[in-house]
Design a protein around this ligand. Structure first.
Ligand code: GDP
Ligand code: MN
Length: 403
Protein backbone atom coordinates (compact mmCIF):
# COMPACT_ATOMS: atom_id res chain seq x y z
CA UNK A 1 0.00 0.00 0.00
CA UNK A 2 1.12 3.54 -0.73
CA UNK A 3 0.22 6.63 1.26
CA UNK A 4 0.29 10.34 0.53
CA UNK A 5 3.16 12.67 1.33
CA UNK A 6 1.17 14.40 4.12
CA UNK A 7 0.53 11.00 5.72
CA UNK A 8 4.17 9.97 5.38
CA UNK A 9 5.12 13.20 7.14
CA UNK A 10 2.62 12.44 9.91
CA UNK A 11 4.45 9.14 10.49
CA UNK A 12 7.82 10.94 10.32
CA UNK A 13 6.71 13.30 13.10
CA UNK A 14 5.88 10.33 15.32
CA UNK A 15 9.42 9.00 14.96
CA UNK A 16 11.21 12.31 15.45
CA UNK A 17 12.04 13.01 11.81
CA UNK A 18 11.78 16.81 11.36
CA UNK A 19 9.32 17.96 8.69
CA UNK A 20 7.98 21.44 7.85
CA UNK A 21 4.73 22.44 9.54
CA UNK A 22 1.85 21.80 7.16
CA UNK A 23 -1.92 21.41 6.86
CA UNK A 24 -3.87 19.15 4.50
CA UNK A 25 -6.71 20.70 2.49
CA UNK A 26 -9.38 19.12 0.29
CA UNK A 27 -11.13 22.28 -0.89
CA UNK A 28 -10.05 25.74 -2.05
CA UNK A 29 -11.64 27.18 1.11
CA UNK A 30 -9.64 24.85 3.34
CA UNK A 31 -6.48 25.69 1.43
CA UNK A 32 -7.05 29.42 1.94
CA UNK A 33 -7.75 28.92 5.67
CA UNK A 34 -4.64 26.76 6.05
CA UNK A 35 -2.54 29.40 4.28
CA UNK A 36 -3.95 32.15 6.51
CA UNK A 37 -2.95 30.17 9.60
CA UNK A 38 0.56 29.49 8.32
CA UNK A 39 1.13 33.12 7.27
CA UNK A 40 0.13 34.18 10.81
CA UNK A 41 3.42 32.62 11.94
CA UNK A 42 5.21 35.32 9.98
CA UNK A 43 6.61 33.12 7.21
CA UNK A 44 7.52 34.76 3.92
CA UNK A 45 6.08 32.02 1.69
CA UNK A 46 4.17 28.75 1.81
CA UNK A 47 4.26 25.76 -0.53
CA UNK A 48 1.17 24.22 -2.10
CA UNK A 49 1.74 20.55 -2.93
CA UNK A 50 -0.55 18.29 -4.95
CA UNK A 51 -1.13 15.03 -3.12
CA UNK A 52 -1.11 12.05 -5.49
CA UNK A 53 0.51 8.64 -5.18
CA UNK A 54 3.25 9.52 -7.66
CA UNK A 55 6.45 11.52 -7.68
CA UNK A 56 7.81 14.10 -10.09
CA UNK A 57 4.99 16.49 -9.15
CA UNK A 58 7.17 19.58 -9.16
CA UNK A 59 8.01 19.12 -12.83
CA UNK A 60 4.55 17.78 -13.71
CA UNK A 61 1.92 19.48 -15.89
CA UNK A 62 -1.83 19.58 -15.45
CA UNK A 63 -3.88 18.37 -18.41
CA UNK A 64 -5.78 21.63 -18.11
CA UNK A 65 -2.52 23.49 -18.85
CA UNK A 66 -1.25 24.67 -15.44
CA UNK A 67 2.48 24.02 -14.93
CA UNK A 68 3.84 22.38 -11.78
CA UNK A 69 2.17 20.33 -9.05
CA UNK A 70 4.29 22.03 -6.36
CA UNK A 71 4.05 25.84 -6.08
CA UNK A 72 5.65 28.45 -3.86
CA UNK A 73 3.13 31.14 -2.83
CA UNK A 74 3.74 34.53 -1.23
CA UNK A 75 0.20 35.31 -0.01
CA UNK A 76 -3.10 33.62 0.89
CA UNK A 77 -4.55 35.04 -2.34
CA UNK A 78 -1.76 33.30 -4.25
CA UNK A 79 -2.63 30.04 -2.50
CA UNK A 80 -6.30 30.39 -3.46
CA UNK A 81 -5.39 30.98 -7.10
CA UNK A 82 -3.02 27.97 -7.16
CA UNK A 83 -5.46 25.68 -5.31
CA UNK A 84 -8.12 26.48 -7.91
CA UNK A 85 -5.71 25.38 -10.64
CA UNK A 86 -4.87 22.11 -8.88
CA UNK A 87 -7.92 20.68 -7.10
CA UNK A 88 -10.02 18.41 -9.28
CA UNK A 89 -7.50 18.76 -12.10
CA UNK A 90 -5.38 15.97 -13.62
CA UNK A 91 -1.65 16.07 -12.96
CA UNK A 92 0.65 14.24 -15.37
CA UNK A 93 4.18 13.46 -14.16
CA UNK A 94 6.98 11.12 -15.20
CA UNK A 95 5.53 8.56 -12.81
CA UNK A 96 1.78 8.80 -13.50
CA UNK A 97 1.73 7.66 -17.12
CA UNK A 98 -0.06 9.70 -19.78
CA UNK A 99 -3.45 9.40 -18.10
CA UNK A 100 -2.26 11.33 -15.03
CA UNK A 101 -3.92 11.49 -11.62
CA UNK A 102 -6.74 13.68 -10.36
CA UNK A 103 -5.59 15.90 -7.48
CA UNK A 104 -8.10 15.64 -4.62
CA UNK A 105 -5.95 16.86 -1.75
CA UNK A 106 -3.31 19.51 -1.19
CA UNK A 107 -0.63 19.89 1.44
CA UNK A 108 -0.09 23.52 2.41
CA UNK A 109 3.28 23.86 4.09
CA UNK A 110 5.51 26.53 5.53
CA UNK A 111 8.12 27.36 2.89
CA UNK A 112 11.73 26.46 3.61
CA UNK A 113 14.84 28.25 2.48
CA UNK A 114 16.96 25.50 0.96
CA UNK A 115 20.73 25.60 1.47
CA UNK A 116 21.40 22.14 0.13
CA UNK A 117 19.40 19.13 -1.04
CA UNK A 118 20.22 15.50 -0.24
CA UNK A 119 18.67 12.12 -0.93
CA UNK A 120 17.89 9.55 1.77
CA UNK A 121 16.06 6.24 1.57
CA UNK A 122 15.82 2.86 3.19
CA UNK A 123 14.69 -0.43 1.74
CA UNK A 124 15.35 -4.11 2.02
CA UNK A 125 18.52 -5.29 0.29
CA UNK A 126 17.62 -8.70 -1.07
CA UNK A 127 21.22 -9.74 -1.53
CA UNK A 128 22.34 -8.83 1.98
CA UNK A 129 18.95 -9.80 3.50
CA UNK A 130 18.96 -6.69 5.73
CA UNK A 131 17.65 -3.13 5.42
CA UNK A 132 20.04 -0.74 3.70
CA UNK A 133 19.99 3.01 4.11
CA UNK A 134 21.02 4.93 1.00
CA UNK A 135 22.14 8.52 1.00
CA UNK A 136 23.41 10.92 -1.61
CA UNK A 137 24.48 14.52 -1.98
CA UNK A 138 22.55 14.51 -5.28
CA UNK A 139 19.19 15.39 -3.74
CA UNK A 140 16.15 16.59 -5.63
CA UNK A 141 17.29 14.69 -8.73
CA UNK A 142 15.99 11.55 -10.35
CA UNK A 143 17.83 9.00 -8.21
CA UNK A 144 17.68 6.28 -10.91
CA UNK A 145 19.67 8.64 -13.14
CA UNK A 146 22.24 9.22 -10.39
CA UNK A 147 22.54 5.46 -9.85
CA UNK A 148 23.15 4.94 -13.56
CA UNK A 149 25.55 7.79 -14.29
CA UNK A 150 27.40 8.25 -11.00
CA UNK A 151 26.82 5.17 -8.83
CA UNK A 152 29.71 6.22 -6.55
CA UNK A 153 27.55 9.12 -5.38
CA UNK A 154 25.10 6.76 -3.70
CA UNK A 155 26.29 5.81 -0.23
CA UNK A 156 25.00 2.65 1.38
CA UNK A 157 24.76 1.55 4.98
CA UNK A 158 23.45 -1.96 5.78
CA UNK A 159 21.64 -2.19 9.12
CA UNK A 160 21.37 -5.23 11.35
CA UNK A 161 17.69 -5.37 12.35
CA UNK A 162 18.56 -7.17 15.59
CA UNK A 163 20.15 -3.97 16.96
CA UNK A 164 18.66 -1.28 14.72
CA UNK A 165 20.55 1.67 13.31
CA UNK A 166 23.56 2.45 15.50
CA UNK A 167 24.59 6.09 16.04
CA UNK A 168 28.05 5.42 14.57
CA UNK A 169 26.47 4.17 11.34
CA UNK A 170 24.46 7.36 11.03
CA UNK A 171 27.48 9.52 11.91
CA UNK A 172 29.47 7.72 9.25
CA UNK A 173 26.84 8.37 6.57
CA UNK A 174 26.47 11.98 7.69
CA UNK A 175 30.17 12.73 7.46
CA UNK A 176 30.41 11.04 4.06
CA UNK A 177 27.62 13.41 2.99
CA UNK A 178 29.90 16.26 3.99
CA UNK A 179 27.89 17.32 7.03
CA UNK A 180 29.73 18.72 10.01
CA UNK A 181 29.34 20.10 13.51
CA UNK A 182 25.82 20.17 14.83
CA UNK A 183 24.43 18.88 11.53
CA UNK A 184 25.95 15.48 12.34
CA UNK A 185 23.88 15.27 15.52
CA UNK A 186 20.77 16.31 13.59
CA UNK A 187 21.52 13.68 10.95
CA UNK A 188 21.92 10.92 13.55
CA UNK A 189 18.52 11.72 15.08
CA UNK A 190 16.89 12.01 11.67
CA UNK A 191 18.41 8.83 10.21
CA UNK A 192 17.58 6.79 13.28
CA UNK A 193 14.02 8.16 13.05
CA UNK A 194 13.81 7.18 9.39
CA UNK A 195 15.05 3.70 10.23
CA UNK A 196 12.45 3.40 13.01
CA UNK A 197 9.68 4.59 10.68
CA UNK A 198 10.72 1.92 8.20
CA UNK A 199 11.01 -0.84 10.75
CA UNK A 200 8.10 -0.17 13.07
CA UNK A 201 5.58 0.61 10.32
CA UNK A 202 6.60 -2.53 8.37
CA UNK A 203 7.45 -0.39 5.38
CA UNK A 204 9.02 -1.77 2.24
CA UNK A 205 10.42 1.64 1.28
CA UNK A 206 10.94 5.01 2.91
CA UNK A 207 12.32 7.70 0.64
CA UNK A 208 13.07 11.36 1.27
CA UNK A 209 13.94 13.31 -1.87
CA UNK A 210 14.94 15.92 -1.09
CA UNK A 211 16.19 15.85 2.44
CA UNK A 212 17.24 19.45 2.97
CA UNK A 213 19.52 21.62 4.96
CA UNK A 214 17.23 24.59 5.54
CA UNK A 215 18.31 28.01 6.65
CA UNK A 216 16.23 29.70 9.35
CA UNK A 217 15.68 33.49 9.51
CA UNK A 218 18.22 33.56 12.37
CA UNK A 219 20.86 31.94 10.17
CA UNK A 220 20.74 28.52 11.88
CA UNK A 221 20.60 25.45 9.65
CA UNK A 222 18.42 22.39 10.10
CA UNK A 223 18.07 19.05 8.38
CA UNK A 224 14.55 18.05 7.48
CA UNK A 225 12.43 15.92 5.19
CA UNK A 226 10.97 18.18 2.50
CA UNK A 227 9.32 15.29 0.65
CA UNK A 228 8.26 11.86 1.88
CA UNK A 229 7.34 8.59 0.27
CA UNK A 230 6.44 5.46 2.23
CA UNK A 231 5.41 2.12 0.75
CA UNK A 232 3.98 -0.38 3.21
CA UNK A 233 4.04 -4.16 3.17
CA UNK A 234 0.42 -5.24 2.60
CA UNK A 235 0.99 -8.49 4.44
CA UNK A 236 1.83 -6.62 7.64
CA UNK A 237 -0.94 -4.02 7.44
CA UNK A 238 -3.14 -5.95 9.84
CA UNK A 239 -0.68 -4.96 12.57
CA UNK A 240 -1.26 -1.25 11.90
CA UNK A 241 -4.94 -0.29 11.98
CA UNK A 242 -4.03 3.42 12.11
CA UNK A 243 -2.00 3.10 8.92
CA UNK A 244 -4.78 1.12 7.23
CA UNK A 245 -6.97 4.17 7.80
CA UNK A 246 -4.63 6.08 5.50
CA UNK A 247 -5.55 3.95 2.50
CA UNK A 248 -6.87 6.12 -0.33
CA UNK A 249 -8.87 3.92 -2.68
CA UNK A 250 -9.23 6.71 -5.23
CA UNK A 251 -5.48 6.41 -5.85
CA UNK A 252 -5.59 2.69 -6.59
CA UNK A 253 -6.46 0.97 -9.87
CA UNK A 254 -10.25 0.32 -9.64
CA UNK A 255 -9.93 -3.30 -10.75
CA UNK A 256 -7.27 -3.97 -8.13
CA UNK A 257 -9.54 -2.51 -5.44
CA UNK A 258 -12.40 -4.73 -6.67
CA UNK A 259 -10.09 -7.78 -6.62
CA UNK A 260 -8.92 -7.09 -3.07
CA UNK A 261 -12.57 -7.25 -1.91
CA UNK A 262 -12.57 -10.89 -2.98
CA UNK A 263 -9.10 -11.59 -1.57
CA UNK A 264 -7.67 -12.02 -5.04
CA UNK A 265 -4.12 -11.05 -5.91
CA UNK A 266 -4.68 -9.08 -9.10
CA UNK A 267 -2.27 -6.71 -10.78
CA UNK A 268 -3.15 -5.11 -14.08
CA UNK A 269 -0.51 -5.18 -16.81
CA UNK A 270 -0.32 -3.75 -20.32
CA UNK A 271 -0.88 -6.83 -22.51
CA UNK A 272 -4.03 -8.40 -23.98
CA UNK A 273 -4.04 -11.99 -22.70
CA UNK A 274 -5.80 -12.27 -19.36
CA UNK A 275 -4.55 -14.97 -17.03
CA UNK A 276 -6.32 -16.78 -14.25
CA UNK A 277 -3.95 -18.96 -12.29
CA UNK A 278 -3.62 -20.36 -8.80
CA UNK A 279 -0.40 -19.80 -6.92
CA UNK A 280 1.95 -16.88 -7.43
CA UNK A 281 4.74 -19.06 -8.83
CA UNK A 282 2.50 -20.68 -11.40
CA UNK A 283 1.05 -17.27 -12.24
CA UNK A 284 4.51 -15.91 -12.94
CA UNK A 285 5.59 -18.87 -15.04
CA UNK A 286 2.32 -18.61 -16.98
CA UNK A 287 3.07 -14.96 -17.71
CA UNK A 288 6.61 -15.87 -18.75
CA UNK A 289 5.51 -18.58 -21.12
CA UNK A 290 2.86 -16.36 -22.74
CA UNK A 291 5.64 -13.88 -23.38
CA UNK A 292 7.91 -16.66 -24.62
CA UNK A 293 5.40 -17.59 -27.32
CA UNK A 294 5.05 -14.00 -28.46
CA UNK A 295 2.03 -12.94 -26.42
CA UNK A 296 1.66 -10.36 -23.71
CA UNK A 297 -0.14 -10.87 -20.39
CA UNK A 298 -2.91 -8.43 -19.43
CA UNK A 299 -2.64 -9.16 -15.75
CA UNK A 300 -1.18 -11.13 -12.92
CA UNK A 301 -3.92 -12.99 -11.12
CA UNK A 302 -3.45 -15.49 -8.37
CA UNK A 303 -6.82 -16.81 -7.18
CA UNK A 304 -5.10 -18.52 -4.28
CA UNK A 305 -4.90 -22.08 -3.14
CA UNK A 306 -8.39 -22.51 -1.74
CA UNK A 307 -10.58 -20.26 -3.88
CA UNK A 308 -14.35 -20.73 -3.88
CA UNK A 309 -16.62 -20.88 -6.90
CA UNK A 310 -17.68 -17.29 -6.10
CA UNK A 311 -14.08 -16.10 -6.05
CA UNK A 312 -13.38 -17.72 -9.40
CA UNK A 313 -16.48 -16.11 -10.88
CA UNK A 314 -15.48 -12.72 -9.44
CA UNK A 315 -11.94 -13.13 -10.78
CA UNK A 316 -13.29 -13.93 -14.21
CA UNK A 317 -15.43 -10.83 -14.29
CA UNK A 318 -12.60 -8.64 -13.06
CA UNK A 319 -10.16 -9.74 -15.76
CA UNK A 320 -12.85 -9.16 -18.39
CA UNK A 321 -13.46 -5.59 -17.26
CA UNK A 322 -10.08 -4.63 -18.72
CA UNK A 323 -10.97 -3.40 -22.23
CA UNK A 324 -7.58 -4.48 -23.62
CA UNK A 325 -8.24 -8.16 -22.99
CA UNK A 326 -8.52 -10.15 -26.24
CA UNK A 327 -8.30 -13.67 -24.84
CA UNK A 328 -8.19 -15.59 -21.58
CA UNK A 329 -5.91 -18.32 -20.38
CA UNK A 330 -7.00 -20.31 -17.35
CA UNK A 331 -4.19 -22.39 -15.91
CA UNK A 332 -5.14 -24.12 -12.70
CA UNK A 333 -3.34 -26.77 -10.78
CA UNK A 334 -5.95 -28.40 -8.57
CA UNK A 335 -4.33 -29.22 -5.27
CA UNK A 336 -6.35 -27.90 -2.38
CA UNK A 337 -8.57 -26.32 -5.01
CA UNK A 338 -10.48 -28.87 -7.05
CA UNK A 339 -10.75 -28.68 -10.82
CA UNK A 340 -14.54 -29.19 -10.82
CA UNK A 341 -14.97 -26.14 -8.57
CA UNK A 342 -12.89 -24.09 -10.98
CA UNK A 343 -14.93 -25.37 -13.91
CA UNK A 344 -18.19 -24.41 -12.21
CA UNK A 345 -16.85 -20.98 -11.36
CA UNK A 346 -15.80 -20.42 -14.96
CA UNK A 347 -19.18 -21.52 -16.27
CA UNK A 348 -21.07 -19.29 -13.87
CA UNK A 349 -18.99 -16.29 -14.90
CA UNK A 350 -19.02 -17.01 -18.64
CA UNK A 351 -22.82 -17.30 -18.67
CA UNK A 352 -23.07 -14.03 -16.79
CA UNK A 353 -20.80 -11.98 -19.03
CA UNK A 354 -21.68 -13.43 -22.44
CA UNK A 355 -18.08 -14.18 -23.39
CA UNK A 356 -17.08 -13.32 -26.96
CA UNK A 357 -13.31 -13.82 -26.88
CA UNK A 358 -11.26 -17.02 -26.98
CA UNK A 359 -10.85 -18.92 -23.74
CA UNK A 360 -8.15 -21.57 -23.28
CA UNK A 361 -8.42 -23.75 -20.22
CA UNK A 362 -5.76 -26.01 -18.85
CA UNK A 363 -6.69 -27.94 -15.75
CA UNK A 364 -4.47 -30.36 -13.92
CA UNK A 365 -4.67 -32.16 -10.60
CA UNK A 366 -7.50 -33.08 -8.26
CA UNK A 367 -10.79 -33.95 -10.03
CA UNK A 368 -9.35 -32.95 -13.40
CA UNK A 369 -11.54 -35.44 -15.33
CA UNK A 370 -14.67 -34.13 -13.66
CA UNK A 371 -13.64 -30.54 -14.32
CA UNK A 372 -13.00 -31.22 -18.00
CA UNK A 373 -16.30 -33.05 -18.27
CA UNK A 374 -18.21 -30.11 -16.77
CA UNK A 375 -16.67 -27.76 -19.30
CA UNK A 376 -17.17 -30.15 -22.25
CA UNK A 377 -20.83 -30.73 -21.42
CA UNK A 378 -21.57 -27.08 -20.90
CA UNK A 379 -21.58 -26.47 -24.63
CA UNK A 380 -19.29 -23.49 -24.16
CA UNK A 381 -16.73 -22.59 -26.79
CA UNK A 382 -13.64 -23.42 -24.73
CA UNK A 383 -10.28 -24.44 -26.20
CA UNK A 384 -8.89 -27.24 -24.05
CA UNK A 385 -5.12 -27.49 -23.55
CA UNK A 386 -2.89 -30.33 -22.42
CA UNK A 387 0.18 -28.65 -20.99
CA UNK A 388 1.35 -25.19 -20.03
CA UNK A 389 3.20 -24.59 -23.30
CA UNK A 390 0.30 -26.02 -25.30
CA UNK A 391 -2.07 -23.65 -23.49
CA UNK A 392 0.17 -20.64 -24.05
CA UNK A 393 0.63 -21.39 -27.76
CA UNK A 394 -3.11 -21.85 -28.23
CA UNK A 395 -4.11 -18.58 -26.57
CA UNK A 396 -1.39 -16.62 -28.38
CA UNK A 397 -2.53 -18.07 -31.70
CA UNK A 398 -6.20 -17.43 -30.92
CA UNK A 399 -5.57 -13.81 -29.95
CA UNK A 400 -3.42 -13.17 -33.03
CA UNK A 401 -6.18 -14.68 -35.17
CA UNK A 402 -8.53 -12.03 -33.84
CA UNK A 403 -6.61 -9.11 -35.28
P1 GDP B 1 8.17 15.85 -6.24
O1 GDP B 1 8.43 16.73 -7.42
O2 GDP B 1 6.91 15.06 -6.41
O3 GDP B 1 9.33 14.98 -5.88
O4 GDP B 1 7.86 16.81 -5.00
P2 GDP B 1 8.86 17.48 -3.92
O5 GDP B 1 8.19 17.47 -2.62
O6 GDP B 1 10.21 16.86 -3.96
O7 GDP B 1 8.93 18.98 -4.42
C1 GDP B 1 9.50 19.32 -5.65
C2 GDP B 1 10.51 20.42 -5.51
O8 GDP B 1 9.87 21.61 -5.05
C3 GDP B 1 11.59 20.14 -4.48
O9 GDP B 1 12.63 19.33 -5.01
C4 GDP B 1 12.05 21.55 -4.15
O10 GDP B 1 13.02 21.96 -5.09
C5 GDP B 1 10.79 22.38 -4.34
N1 GDP B 1 10.25 22.72 -3.01
C6 GDP B 1 9.36 22.02 -2.28
N2 GDP B 1 9.15 22.59 -1.08
C7 GDP B 1 9.94 23.69 -1.04
C8 GDP B 1 10.22 24.70 -0.05
O11 GDP B 1 9.68 24.72 1.06
N3 GDP B 1 11.11 25.67 -0.40
C9 GDP B 1 11.73 25.69 -1.61
N4 GDP B 1 12.60 26.66 -1.86
N5 GDP B 1 11.51 24.75 -2.55
C10 GDP B 1 10.64 23.77 -2.28
MN1 MN C 1 10.57 14.73 -4.30
Amino acid sequence: MNIHEFQAKELFRRYGVPVPKGIMASTVGEAAAAAARLFEDGVSFVVVKSQIHAGGRGKGTFKEGFQGGVQLCKSPADVTRVAEQMLGKTLVTKQTGAEGRIVRKLLIEIGSKIKKEYYLSILLDRQLSVPVMMASTEGGMDIEEVAKKTPEKILKQPIDPAVGMMPYQARNLASRLGLDGERIQQAVKLMQGVYKTFWECDASLVEINPLILSEGSDGTTHLMALDGKINLDDNALYRHPEIQEMRDLSEEAPLEVEASKFNLNYIKLDGNIACMVNGAGLAMSTMDIIQHFGGSPANFLDVGGGASKEQVAAAFKIILKDPHVKGILVNIFGGIMKCDIIAEGILAAVKDVNLKIPLVVRLEGTNVKLGQQIIRESGLDVIPAESLSDAAQKIVAAVKGLK
